[in-house]
Design a protein around this ligand. Structure first.
Ligand code: T4K
Length: 396
């Protein structure tokens, strides 16, 4: 196979338009306009307006949780959760997650303690947590990755045994269930993201879920004075309010969840049949859940078997207008400020290092169809068989 059949070496790209990664499911303009008209008629744009209240109510029903507290985005949700839980000292979390998980701790004067992950599931290595717990550790932050779970029941037992608090960054796992329980009901609190790239979107947004009434009161009081309901004393307050514009999209997106989840699952299954036949591409299954949102298609690339490194494969795909991304890169322990302040982690997280060098995410969501998946997979197959030619041409 010739190198010049790839856009990287001058051929026409496979796709005329850039194919984004991320869900990007948006309601029709007509539905959005209708909902927005109400906001303008009421002339009430934020401060826990009727749409935000309605969204909280609907999220509670959907998740079967007592309190869903909407916020501007998941990053601020995690910060508010840490503050409301009165955490101190250190918090254990996986090193393989989005930077926001750790930054929420840095903003609240907490020290992240990085734990390695399981190579097959990509989730936190539960068997390594106990060794990291010392008297300064006040909590474990579980991160439910890739539409799967990090085994909240096992984490809960572990946290109880060590008398530390447990909460979750569930930015990736809205709508997923563990046995019969929806994610959102575990630990003291769970935080979801409604960023545009997530299965439920409010463009930006998120919510903090808890079944603990006292914690909910603290969360609401820290978020802002609007919607605080019961007044309780808190030391710090913030502005984590969700606007009515965000809530309008959030409500429509929540209504669309069943359809969008089904579409994701269809696309995921399509990828699965094709990717399983390509040597060196190992698809991650959403683990630890009885129901997944199939929000992500994530593989690890075995360079020896596939023939190309993950980074060179990304270059090949980018040239074809396929946006494949290397989430998460670099690992938290290699990101600022942690790489400087906590350099002792550099040789302690071998699995995180392996995944950060090999993990790749493919497009799934509103702009993807089964035909598109087929075309992406054809590029992957072609790249595998032409890997030697691509490597030699690229190195010139
Ligand atoms: N915890 C975890 C585990 C997370 O993954 C995240 C965020 C958080 C916490 C924090 O949640 P938030 O505070 O964000 O609510 C994205 C998102 O910004 C971020 O929400 C997400 N996770 C993270 C994994 O990815 P970027 O900068 O890498 O993605 P971005 O914005 O370039 O978008 C990805 C693709 O979507 C590109 O192909 C462009 C396309 N896109 C994106 C947007 C926003 C569009 O075509 N249109 C759009 O409007 O961070």
């Amino acid at each position: 196979m010739k190198a010049n059949s790839f856009a990287l070496f001058g051929a026409e790209p496979e796709f005329d338009k850039h194919l984004p990664i991320g869900q990007l499911y948006f309601p029709s303009w007509e539905r959005y306009e209708l909902s927005f008209r109400g906001i303008f008629e009421r002339q009430y744009y934020t401060n826990q307006g009727p749409l935000t209240e309605e969204l909280e109510e609907k999220l509670q029903q959907f998740l079967g949780v007592k309190h869903a507290i909407c916020v501007t985005n998941a990053t601020i949700g995690l910060m508010i959760a840490a503050e409301a839980m009165e955490l101190s000292g250190k918090v254990i979390l996986p090193a393989f997650t989005f930077i926001a998980s750790a930054q929420s701790l840095t903003w609240t004067d907490l020290e992240p303690v990085f734990c390695d992950i399981d190579l097959d599931t990509h989730q936190i290595a539960i068997d390594q947590i106990s060794a990291l717990i010392d008297r300064d550790v006040s909590a474990i932050m579980g991160v439910n990755l890739w539409g799967g779970s990090c085994n909240p029941k096992a984490l809960s037992k572990l946290a109880d045994a060590h008398d530390v608090q447990l909460y979750f960054d569930s930015a990736h796992s809205f709508g997923c269930t563990v046995d019969d329980t929806a994610i959102g009901n575990f630990g003291r609190a769970e935080v979801f993201s409604f960023h545009a790239t997530k299965v439920v979107s409010a463009t930006e947004g998120g919510c903090i879920c808890t079944n603990d009434d006292d914690l909910a009161a603290r969360l609401r009081n820290i978020r802002s004075s609007y919607g605080a309901r019961k007044l309780v004393n808190v030391v710090k307050t913030a502005n984590g309010r969700m606007s009515e514009a965000q809530a309008a999209i959030g409500l429509l997106s929540l209504e669309d969840f069943p359809v969008n989840q089904k579409n994701n699952e269809l696309l995921y299954r399509y990828y699965e049949t094709q990717l399983d036949a390509i040597p060196g591409l190992h698809l991650v299954r959403p683990t630890g859940v009885s129901f997944s949102n199939y929000q992500y298609v994530v593989c690890s690339v075995d360079e020896r078997e596939f023939g190309l490194s993950r980074d060179l494969l990304i270059e090949v795909l980018k040239a074809e207008n396929v946006n494949a991304r290397r989430y998460f890169y670099p690992g938290l322990h290699r990101s600022l400020p942690y790489v400087q302040e906590q350099a002792h982690y550099l040789d302690r997280l071998p699995n995180t290092d392996i995944l950060c060098a090999s993990c790749i995410q493919f497009p799934i969501g509103a702009f993807v169809s089964t035909q598109i998946v087929e075309r992406i997979c054809k590029i992957l197959i072609k790249a595998h068989y032409a890997s030697a030619v691509i490597r030699s041409q690229y190195d010139r």
